[in-house]
Design a protein. Structure first.
Lengths: 237, 299
């Protein structure tokens, strides 16, 4: 479904991504981890069209998308959430979903919006301003926005950022049971309990290069990954 | 007391045209977070186009109105492409300065279309005067008021009941997030300019039809009146644009009656000055500013 071939991204003299190859298949849930500055968010930005890669190819369903505008990529069925939450704060929860639908080829109706809100436990907040919700609810609103659009690939950029362990556990269940079934997911996260609960495959980036890629258990026990990332980040997980 | 009330009626009628102009500024400011100084001149150019057709082909006033709308929309889209679409969102001052430059350009074009500078402008219908006791009102101002009220309801409905309105508000809130949700912010911006150009053209036509003449200075006049009305009512607030427009109209007619023509504009500027000190966000803008600040701070 998503194929990156020899993708490079250079900012000035810094190589943020170097010759990266990555594939995400239909219905596959892939975790993407790595130390800060390893190029994870750059990779997400390249896929979602924030900027084009310096070189290389990004294909989605066989179509080259590396030079497409962000809104055109979204319309192909790629949805993302943000490390820094980007809900529309001055609009109600329901209007946030409606606005997401206006840019989506999906034909979801009011019933489906209600269903999405129930799934993320925001049904009773539908008429509240998004900017007045606490952080975990705003994270869930972002997921509801993704759900109503029926994307084929979902990219979650640190979805558990700022959440307590209990909230992270709830989020993992939500991703596993509601978001992941029937679609491909790429999840960037530092919290290993969320990654192990949701992803069967794990890819590790280090200084813009893919360090390891494979089954979650195998990658997490890889000596190079432990040395570069897990060992140093263990205290935070 | 009768004079005072009659002035209030006149002020509300004239103020409804200011309200329409302020609506245009408010929508663009709300969506782009940038000031379009050439909004008035685009209306003036549209009016010159209509006046030119009227002078040379003696067309029906309704066709003049249609021509004003078409020319104003074309000029509005031109401004959008040149001053807003081509310039990144985070350099608002560049858009504002370039829209000022385009203002000069549009005035020059208008002078070339009709070098006489002052040209006749046809009213939609013959002027009548309606009387109720000691009060009276002219039909063209009553019509202007009715159009302003209808326009406010139409804009409110478009913004809150249509897909386009949702897209417009989404782009106003967060253009990048809107793009990642599949919304083409560039196209939304063009449609926003089309919407405000139609509003502006209608307002411009009604104002000029009441005066039955048009000059190149109308652009400057429309920009000043629209901006002052928007700032009085509250930047970014649609109800504020209406209230600001009506208030400006009442201030002008009262000061014209009690102090004379030379103090009319001075009184408006004085009230704006006091408003900016007491409530920098304007009458309706202050609550909006505080609520949004709170919402954005949480995010």
């Amino acid at each position: 479904m998503l194929k990156l071939r020899e993708v490079c991204m250079r900012f000035g003299k810094t190589d943020a991504i170097r010759l990266l190859n990555l594939e995400v298949g239909d219905g596959e849930v892939v975790g993407l981890i790595g130390p800060n500055g390893s190029g994870k968010t750059t990779l997400v930005n390249l896929i979602s069209g924030v900027y084009p890669p310096t070189s290389g190819s990004i294909r989605f369903d066989g179509r080259e998308i590396s030079r497409l505008a962000a809104h055109k990529i979204a319309r192909l069925g790629i949805a993302r959430t943000f490390q820094n939450i980007r809900v529309y704060p001055g609009m109600t929860v329901r209007e946030n979903l409606q606005a997401a639908l206006t840019g989506s080829p999906s034909l979801s109706g009011r019933d489906e919006m209600d269903s999405a809100l129930r799934q993320v436990q925001l049904a009773d907040r539908a008429e509240h301003l998004a900017g007045e919700l606490p952080l975990p609810e705003r994270r869930r609103l972002e997921l509801a926005r993704v759900l109503v659009c029926h994307p084929r690939l979902v990219i979650l950029d640190e979805p558990a950022g700022g959440m307590t362990p209990a909230e992270t556990e709830d989020l993992a269940q939500l991703i596993k049971n509601k978001l992941a079934p029937g679609r491909a997911c790429l999840i960037i996260e530092h919290k290993m309990n969320l990654i192990t609960a949701t992803c069967r495959r794990l890819c590790v980036l280090h200084r813009g290069v893919k360090l390891a890629d494979g089954g979650t258990g195998r990658v997490l026990s890889d000596r190079r990954v432990i040395d570069c990332y897990i060992g140093t980040a263990a205290g935070k997980c | 007391m009768t004079d005072f009330l009659q002035n209030c009626i006149d002020g509300v009628m004239i103020g409804s045209s200011y309200a329409l102009l302020a609506l245009g500024f408010t929508i663009i400011f709300g969506v782009m977070r940038r000031l379009n100084l050439s909004f008035g001149p685009t209306i003036m150019l549209g009016a010159f186009g209509g006046a030119w057709l009227y002078l040379h082909f003696n067309i029906n006033p309704w066709l003049v109105l249609l021509a004003c709308i078409v020319f104003t929309v074309a000029a509005g889209v031109y401004v959008e492409r040149l001053c807003f679409n081509a310039i990144k969102r985070n350099v608002a001052i560049t858009s504002m300065v370039s829209s000022f430059v385009i203002w000069m350009q549009l005035e020059e074009i208008a002078i070339h279309i009709l070098p006489d500078r002052t040209s006749p402008f046809p009213p939609l219908f013959a002027s009548l005067s309606f009387e109720a006791g000691p009060f009276y009102v002219r039909s063209e101002y009553l019509f202007m008021f009715a159009v302003a009220v209808a326009a406010v309801f139409a804009v409110e409905r478009i913004l809150h009941r249509t897909w386009f309105g949702l897209r417009l508000r989404a782009v106003a809130e967060d253009p990048r997030a809107a793009a990642y949700m599949g919304i083409n912010a560039g196209r939304v911006s063009v449609y926003a300019f089309v919407l405000v150009s139609v509003l502006g053209a209608v307002a411009g036509y009604l104002i000029l039809a009441a005066d039955q003449q048009v000059t190149p200075f109308f652009g400057l006049w429309a920009t000043f009146k629209g901006l002052i009305a928007m700032m009085l009512g509250g930047m970014g607030s649609l109800p504020g644009a209406i209230i600001g427009g009506l208030l400006l109209g009442v201030i002008e007619t009262q000061s014209l009656w009690y102090f004379g023509n030379e103090y009319k504009d001075l009184a408006a500027y004085l009230v704006l000055f006091l408003m900016l000190i007491a409530r920098p966000g304007g009458i309706m803008g202050q609550r909006l500013v505080e609520r949004r600040r709170l919402a954005f701070r949480r995010v």
